[in-house]
Design a binder for this molecule. Sequence first.
Ligand SMILES: Cc1cc2nc3c(=O)[nH]c(=O)nc-3n(C[C@H](O)[C@H](O)[C@H](O)COP(=O)(O)O)c2cc1C
Length: 235
Amino acid sequence: MSSKTLSKEEYLTKAKDLLSGNQKPLQLESADFFLVAKERRSVRSYDPTFQMPDEDILEILETAIQAPSSSNLQPWRFLVIKDQELKQELLPIANNQQQVVEASAVIAVLSDIEGYKNADKIYGKLAEEGMMDKDLKDAYVNSIIKGYGSFSPEKALQVAMIDGGLVSMQIMLAAKAMGYDTVAMGGYDEGKFVEAFHVPANFKPVMLIALGKGEKAGRVKNRMPLEDVLTWNKY
Ligand SMILES: Cc1cc2nc3c(=O)[nH]c(=O)nc-3n(C[C@H](O)[C@H](O)[C@H](O)COP(=O)(O)O)c2cc1C
């Protein structure tokens, strides 16, 4: 094996050259879960002329926020970047990955490390609706504020990233089920992104997701065999 490496930008933009010819992404005939999960691929070429209706973006996000989260605190926050000039501004920050400007939208999935402060809002609603005893609600909320409020920064970030990852996956699957394509992106300069898009300090970027009408199919699935990654019962 040669010892050649690629620059970060080359590494990310070369991914496009590894695509499967000029095939279009597969348009699914049904939104059967197993089909959607198998057929979702990272798509890096989009129809730049396609205008994705806001209602579709909202439906995808509405579906995505049904994801589970730690203590149901739902720390995800979404910054949907649709404006073409802003996508152009994001392009160099995201290592010139063309999907940033070609896709209809780039969803920045963020996670609020202070999301636990919404505990009373979330559980208060349950109490109001008679689905939770008021005293239990108070005790529950107090425990959350005390527990999450004393997390180390590392632990708070870990929880935020887990919840943010779960909602991100749901975005990608919901998009595929609705006939759209996506690619998750970690290849961007987080500091520059936060600065340019005025992201509040407590909102930690999880990933960017390009979303739109796919133009070229993503790579054929290439996975290690299940037996290489699976252990039953104990290591
Ligand atoms: C957190 C995360 C970050 C990623 N970052 C990038 C990226 O910056 N650019 C890119 O082209 N693909 C990126 N990908 C896509 C992966 O390369 C892709 O998921 C992987 O090769 C498997 O292919 P598939 O998604 O088509 O199944 C990222 C995926 C994840 C989950």
